[in-house]
Write a protein of this length. Structure first.
Length: 168
C-alpha cells in the first residue's frame, strides 16, 4: 500500500470513529470540527461545511471553525461566503495570517481588487516571506494596470522561492 492510500485509509477510519461518536450523542463542537477537518482533507467540502456549521452552532467563538469553513466555501467556489467566514475569523483573531491571505484570494475572485490588495498587505505585514500574498497582490495590481507594482511583487516571489530552494 502506498503512502497516499495509507493516509486516506487512516483519515477514513478517523472519520468513521468521529461519526460513531456523533451518533451516540456524545459529540461536542470539537468532534464536529475535527470531522470537518477530515472532510476537508478528503476533498469533500460540502460535508466539511456541514460539520463546521454544526461546530459553530455549538460554539460560535471558534475562529478555526470559521476559517476552515471559509476554506471549504472557497473550494466550492462561493467566495462571498468565504469572505464572510474569513472576516469573522479576523474579528475573533486579528492576527490570523491565513485568513487575511485567503480572504485576499476570495476578494480577487470577486474582482474586488483594492480589498484584495489591502488583505494581501495585511498578510505580508504578518509574514513578509509568504509568496502567495505577493502573487495575489501582484495579480490585483496587474488587473488594475499597475504593472510596475505587479512586477515588484513577481520579483519578490522569485526571491522568496529562490531563497527557499537554496535552504533545501
Amino acid at each position: 500500500m502506498d503512502t497516499e492510500s495509507s493516509a486516506v485509509t487512516r483519515l477514513q477510519s478517523a472519520l468513521e470513529e468521529l461519526s460513531r461518536l456523533i451518533q451516540t450523542e456524545l459529540a461536542d463542537s470539537t468532534v464536529y470540527f475535527e470531522r470537518g477537518v477530515i472532510h476537508g482533507q478528503l476533498s469533500d467540502p460540502e460535508n466539511a461545511v456541514r460539520d463546521f456549521t454544526e461546530a459553530l452552532r455549538l460554539d460560535d467563538s471558534n475562529a478555526d471553525a470559521y476559517y476552515n469553513r471559509g476554506v471549504a466555501y472557497a473550494h466550492l467556489q462561493q467566495p462571498i461566503m468565504a469572505v464572510d467566514d474569513f472576516t469573522i475569523t479576523l474579528s475573533i483573531n486579528p492576527q490570523h495570517l491565513d485568513a487575511y491571505n485567503n480572504r485576499a484570494a476570495a476578494y480577487l475572485d470577486l474582482n474586488q481588487l483594492q480589498q484584495a490588495i489591502k488583505d494581501a498587505d495585511e498578510a505580508i505585514s504578518l509574514n513578509d516571506q509568504l509568496p502567495t500574498a505577493y502573487v495575489i497582490r501582484g495579480t490585483a495590481h496587474s488587473l488594475l494596470g499597475q504593472e510596475e507594482l505587479a512586477n515588484q511583487d513577481r520579483e519578490k516571489v522569485r526571491l522568496i522561492i529562490a531563497r527557499n530552494v537554496r535552504r533545501n
